[in-house]
Ligand binder design. Sequence first.
Ligand code: SF4
Length: 67
Amino acid sequence: MEVDYQPDFEKQRTRYSFCFTCEDCAHFDGETSECLHGYPNEQHRLGYYMSEIRPDTILFCKDFDLA
Ligand code: SF4
């Protein structure tokens, strides 16, 4: 069975206010848009998931901290 994954995720992300990107992480420097731990964060940024051509998968950061 083929699952229409992306639209389902978008609905659930909005409905449950799911936070998983750098912008919601305590280790994110909003002024420089860099990770305070120095991690490459392009694939953890909200813009990556909101782009016109959206990725098929989600890359979760193991150091995400909602604080
Ligand atoms: S710890 Fe991970 S989620 Fe948090 S700012 Fe750094 S790269 Fe982003």
